[in-house]
Every structure is written in C-alpha cells, then in structure tokens.
Write a protein that binds this ligand. Structure first.
Ligand code: DC
Length: 222
C-alpha cells in the first residue's frame, strides 16, 4: 500500500499513475471522488448546494467507475453511467470539490468507498489524506510539493489540453485559496506526517521523481 499526498499541481496524479504502472498496482485518485460529487451537485437544482443532509445523501448514492486509459489523464470517469471525464476539471467543479471536502459527513461516507480500492497485489492512492487518515498503515507514504508558480503553470497546461480557458494568474489565485482551505480545514487537513517522504517536484522531471519514489519503495521492500 503506497500513498501520495500533497498540494494541487504538485504532480500527484501523474506520478501516482506512473508509479502504479511501474509496480503493476491498482490506482486510486481520491480527488476524482470529490470532483464527481461536485459535478453531480452542479447538475441538480438544490437551493443550498452545501446543505449537509442533501450532500450526504448524494455522497452515499455516488456511483463512480474509473477506467484506466493510456492518455496523460490516466482515467476515464463515469458518474452514474455517464462519461464525465472532461467536465471534472472545470474550474467551477474544482472550487465546489474543495468546498464539499471540508464537510466531515461527506468525508466519512467517502472513507469507506476509498478503502474498497485496496486490492491485491497493491494500491497506489493519491490525495490529501491518504497516508494521514485513509490508509494510515501504508507501507510507504509520500508527500509532493512544488512552488505555487510552477503548480499554476502545470494546471494551466492541463486545462488548455481539456479546452478550458486558462489564465495562469487566476489559476494561481484559485490554487492559493484551495491550498488554504485544504490546509486549514478541521477534518483531515492537508499536512505531511512524520512518516512521509517529502519530495519538492518544482525543478525535477517526472522521471526523476518516479525514479526517486521507486528507489524508496524498493528500500522498504528489502
Ligand atoms: O486532487 P484534486 O485537486 O483533484 O482534488 C479535488 C479537491 O478534493 C481538492 O480541493 C481537495 C479535495 N480532496 C480532499 O479533500 N481529500 C482527498 N483525499 C482528495 C481530494
């Protein structure tokens, strides 16, 4: 069981995908569960989208299927049977996902859904609380960070690929707000624990980070 936590745009999605492929493990991108829930919320006409009872019911009914693909995104995501992959990185969806992620009852429902991904021969799980809360007994825990300017640049390139208009300064502002919300929430705040290996990816290539992680994983196995 390997966990990768860290801030948005630090490289978690790409690296978790590469690491899972290198090891032949299953993969969980937990942020996509929060995004899928946000997508469903944006679809319905609730008067108060952040109403706790409504949110909890939606979370319990959430039917998400991930299909691995060979493209950079790594996943095709189906919510209630419909492919919504291209919609989940819409800025409105990103903001709402971060807002619902502060809700303890939503996190509690998603906890069980995330743990069900743990299957033989192994799982690489990425998110904000994978090593600190969801899979506390993981064999290896990583925490990825990068300077916010670099993260905004990466997210802007990713958004352009999915055809959303992206202004790098706006993205940087939104990232800073999401970082603050993720780090300061009362339940499962984003922060490295003592047993995590911290990697700053700002000046590293994907290959450098992957090699570094594989080395650490193999050290653990020995
Ligand atoms: O990793 P991401 O940007 O796709 O995640 C979307 C949002 O979901 C993010 O603002 C924080 C939240 N999230 C979380 O609170 N806990 C996780 N394990 C994963 C994501």
């Amino acid at each position: 069981m390997i966990t990768i936590d860290g801030t948005s745009g630090a490289g978690k999605s790409t690296l978790s995908c590469l690491l899972a492929d290198a090891l032949g493990y299953h993969l969980l991108n937990s942020g996509l569960l929060y995004r899928a829930l946000a997508y469903l919320l944006l679809q319905d006409n609730a008067i108060d989208r952040l109403d706790n009872i409504h949110l909890q019911k939606l979370a319990e009914q959430l039917d998400v299927h991930f299909r691995r693909t060979t493209t950079a995104g790594c996943y095709q995501v189906e919510v209630n049977g419909i492919d919504v992959t291209d919609k989940l990185y819409d800025p409105a969806c990103s903001t709402l996902a971060s807002q619902i992620a502060v809700k303890p009852n939503v996190r509690a429902v998603l906890l069980d859904k995330q743990r069900m991904f743990r299957q033989f021969p192994g799982l690489v799980a990425e998110g904000r609380d994978m090593g600190s809360i969801v899979f506390q007994d993981a064999n290896k825990k990583f925490f990825l960070t990068a300077l916010i300017e670099e993260r905004a640049k990466r997210r802007s390139i990713q958004l352009q690929e999915t055809m959303f208009h992206a202004n790098v300064h706006n993205i940087e502002r939104q990232l800073a707000m999401r970082d603050q919300r993720d780090q300061q929430r009362a339940v499962a705040p984003l922060k490295p624990t003592e047993d995590m290996v911290i990697i700053d990816t700002t000046y590293l290539s994907r290959k450098d980070v992957l090699d570094n992680m594989l080395k650490k994983v193999l050290e653990t196995k020995e």
